[in-house]
Design a protein around this ligand. Sequence first.
Ligand code: FAD
Ligand code: SF4
Ligand code: SF4
Length: 480
Amino acid sequence: MTEKMLKFVSLEKKMPTKRAADTRRQDFDEIYDEFDNDRATEQASRCSQCGIPYCQVHCPVQNNIPDWLMMTAAGRLEEAYEVSQATNNFPEICGRICPQDRLCEGSCVIEKGFESVTIGAVEKYITDTAWEKGWVKPTVPSVEREQTVGIIGAGPGGLAAADQMRKMGYQVHVYDRYDRVGGLMIYGIPSFKLEKEVVEKRAKLLKDSGVTFHLNFEVGREATLTDLRAKHDAVIIATGVYKSRDISVPGSGLDGIVPALEYLTASNRKGLGDSVPAFENGTLNASGKNVVVIGGGDTAMDCVRTAVRQGAKSVKCLYRRDRKNMPGSLREVGNAEEEGVEFVWLSAPKAFLGDGRITGVKAIDMHLGIADSTGRQVPVEIEGSEHDIPCDLAIKALGFDAEDIPQLFDEPGLEVSRWGTVSVNFKTSMTNLEGVFGIGDIVRGASLVVWAIRDGRDAAESVHRYLAEKLISEQTELAS
Ligand code: FAD
Ligand code: SF4
Ligand code: SF4
């Protein structure tokens, strides 16, 4: 086995080929080509098969990375797929969109001196191949149980929980206010990072496995949480965070200033073939415009790169800290720069300019001052450094907070944190309401797909324990 591995000394790290920036600016297709078998085998063989694999420790779902790399290097792809899917419900999705530089690859021990193994690309290759070869099959549980679970939210957290619960034989119902399955994977994250077909295939597989989806079903409107608790033996809240943070500077009410998620959802819906009046009338379309995106996270990166593809005249990203201190993935910043986005670091909006409609942004330069209690340096304005940037479309990408779930769900007794996120017992994922569990962004605050998957898997285990105990106590009651 060792002959096939440990090749990092002689073989360079190679990512899958990236399409040329000029070509990828023209469409919304994914920017990386698939590895071919030789390249995947070769790259997997660079792994040094560490005794304590830090890649695995820092992967939120604790993927058994060294094993599936070794199997890929040995040409045992079907086994690699079995091992990979045992810990991750959607490996081909994580392989595409996890910020690997901050997780598995960033922790790979050969990173120091030799550049990490290309873990994400191999993970994607294994599962894409599994789909092609027909190894990915609907679940057929070994037992069918009568107990039912209601899951609110068809994002990655809700879907991972649904998959796990279904494998255990429970009757699973997923409710979502959107008309499609996938949550932010379908309406937030653009296709150039994650093609919609990849998510749609997973949705179909879950349907074929017996999961029932209730779409266009908003909990709080179609039913209250109490209704769902009466209907199901357990309920999982997986609703994500959707309240966009706002900015309050002079001119904030001008036309042409839009929240990031509205903008991205319109673009994703267009790509899926929907009619989107706000896109067609130009409100949510960057074509021919000078675009300014405000923010430095992954959402901001997705907005700037979407605007480029829509044919914007110019695209600038205004961020109040510098490149080193931005929250978004540096790999994505590099991709955006290649595609023609201009980053205006250490710069924040002071006012939006215009009469009725936006014509510009008054920005001010910042410097990084002393660190606050979180350890991050606080941006401070540089007096007299204001300057105007022409702008016909400003996109606010300043992050998301939780909606008021107790009020929305008509359940004032549901405990939330001071940030409005649903409070859970971290050992059991259960909220303060018996039989009601919480997972994903609505518990953590805006996070990552892979963490939502992890939460969904952990909660499924807890719900299983809870339902088994419930069944025993019901049976004991009946017998006595
Ligand atoms: P969501 O994906 O938000 O799903 C929640 C679902 O609940 C939605 O479908 C919603 O319609 C439904 N819902 C909400 N309220 C109700 C209700 N009352 N009744 C019924 N249904 C309801 N993460 C990464 O790992 N990599 C990335 O590259 C990445 N890029 C991102 C880009 C953007 C633009 C955004 C916004 C986020 C990105 N993320 C990324 C973060 C990631 O998408 C989220 O962390 C993840 O989707 C959270 O999963 P979730 O299941 O908790 O919630
Ligand atoms: Fe890396 Fe994400 Fe895959 Fe884990 S799930 S191995 S962090 S790409
Ligand atoms: Fe292989 Fe890197 Fe993981 Fe070590 S840390 S097992 S070299 S991928």
